[in-house]
Design a protein around this ligand. Structure first.
Ligand SMILES: Cc1cc2nc3c(=O)[nH]c(=O)nc-3n(C[C@H](O)[C@H](O)[C@H](O)COP(=O)(O)OP(=O)(O)OC[C@H]3O[C@@H](n4cnc5c(N)ncnc54)[C@H](O)[C@@H]3O)c2cc1C
Length: 420
């Protein structure tokens, strides 16, 4: 019998006790869910039994001529990217960390800073093999087992085990990014700056609703000597608080509040995934962890929606750190509960203290009802069934599809009432 262990997502809240076993191991019974690298923030990736996919991480086929790679789903994007980069290739869509698995990238239909031009991860899947709760192995794509394909992209692991995936790859001309950093005053300037930028990669980091920096990036054709994959700095164990670590504070300040305008040539992956420079940076927020929340709203409503969050921050006195705005383009997501939809997406980290989830539930009502917003499930630890159903058009069809699961249930699906 496996031993029970303490488990959480990246945010450290909520946490639980689980049997953590390998996906091929003997399931001790009870409800179970798959877990990639545990980098979703909330409670998507654990249950009574948690099936880790991390050892299921082989390269199956790389075909540069046809432009695809086939891998087992527990492979980290970091390992896949290193392998592709050596051959002069990359994946079209990467999130802000490479420490996630291919399975996790599909199950949350992750997006990057290039959604306007490239859509989300799901748009670049050729097919995947899904093992259902009844142990049926099915190849899924937009024509074969199409309904399963649709519910699995962004479907939070609730349709079965994504065992292998075939993904489109893209050739790189050079090995660097031309990076441009521009200080921004005011939210409306930040939103306009994102709209007016033609760069492939674009994001605004915000200090508050008046001060931020626009970061833009485009691939170059240059092959320049750079360090592309650095070992991360480690956060000291028993870390007391962000202000006690000078190197880490200076990293944060550099990242967020650059005061001067500059342009430079930089290595690709440190630009795309700056937070990967600090290992376990979630420990910076102390032992109780963080809730990060992220929502998307139409372009006409983003300024008001973000202001309402900063007003809440002011009155509630919670400690907040990172906040960003990115633009989502017109390409419709393929998953029935995929997060990206045309407009702008806002993300903020809030240090956890007891009762925060109740306050965020109230804030979410406002964002959903007043601004027609939708929250990202990869970050969720507080939404209700009713809020999900009001904000995701495909939610009820998704629930009908997964409600018959006998044991494939996560802490998230039980908390929200998708499963009893
Ligand atoms: C620092 C940081 C930056 C981030 N930046 C971004 C970003 O820019 N854009 C973005 O979209 N997201 C971002 N995220 C969120 C992250 O990309 C997602 O939460 C991702 O799904 C995590 O993948 P994982 O492998 O760790 O999966 P886990 O967190 O372990 O699991 C996530 C979900 O995937 C399911 N799952 C995992 N593997 C399988 C499988 N093989 N079969 C079936 N289901 C499976 C799990 O059941 C769970 O529901 C960020 C997270 C962090 C910590």
């Amino acid at each position: 019998m496996p031993i029970k262990t303490h488990i959480s997502g990246f945010g450290k809240f909520p946490s639980s006790i689980t049997y953590l076993i390998d996906v091929d191991g003997e399931n001790p019974g009870g409800d179970f869910i798959y877990r990639g690298n545990g980098m979703s923030y909330g409670d998507l990736s654990f249950s009574e039994t948690t099936l880790s996919t991390r050892k299921h991480n082989q390269l199956i086929e790389l075909n540069l001529t046809a432009g695809y790679v086939k891998v087992a789903s527990g492979m980290l994007l970091l390992d896949l990217i290193k392998l592709l980069f050596e051959k002069g290739y990359t994946l079209p869509v990467l999130p802000g960390t490479l420490y996630i698995t291919v399975g996790g990238a599909i199950a949350n239909d992750v997006h990057g800073k290039n959604h306007v031009q490239k859509g989300s991860f799901g748009h670049h899947i050729i097919d995947f093999k899904l093992i259902t709760e009844n142990k049926e192995a099915l190849i899924c794509n937009s024509t074969q087992n199409a309904e399963l394909f649709q519910h699995t992209i962004g479907g939070c692991g609730l349709t079965g085990f994504i065992s292998e995936a075939t993904l489109k790859i893209e050739q790189l001309k050079g090995n660097t990014i031309h990076e441009k950093s521009t200080p921004i005053k005011g939210l409306s300037s930040a939103i306009k700056a994102l709209q007016n930028s033609d760069s492939l990669f674009k994001i605004v980091w915000l200090k508050n609703n008046n001060q931020g920096v626009l970061l833009e990036g485009d691939f170059t054709d240059n092959k320049t000597e750079k360090i592309h994959f650095k070992n991360p700095i480690t956060v000291p164990f028993h870390f007391g608080g962000i202000l006690t670590s000078k190197p880490i504070l200076s990293f944060y300040n550099q990242l967020k509040f650059r005061t001067s305008k500059f342009e430079k040539e930089t290595a690709i992956y440190p630009f795309l995934c700056p937070l990967d420079a600090v290992k376990d940076w979630n420990l910076l927020y102390g032992p109780k962890g963080i809730i990060q929340f992220q929502f998307t709203v139409d372009q006409t409503l983003i300024e008001a929606a973000v202001n309402s969050v900063f007003n809440w921050v002011k009155t509630s006195q919670y400690t907040v750190f990172l906040a960003t705005i990115k633009q989502f383009g017109t390409r419709s997501s393929l998953g029935s509960i995929s997060f990206p939809k045309e407009g702008f997406t806002f993300t903020i980290d809030v240090k956890y203290t007891a009762g925060l989830e109740n306050q965020l539930q109230q804030l979410a009502d406002k964002i959903i009802d007043q601004y027609r917003g939708r929250f990202y499930l990869a970050k969720d630890s507080f939404l209700t069934f009713d809020q999900l159903s009001r904000s995701y058009a495909g939610f009820n069809a998704f629930v009908d599809f997964v409600r018959n699961n006998k044991q494939l249930k996560s802490a998230f699906s039980k908390r929200t009432g998708i499963h009893s």
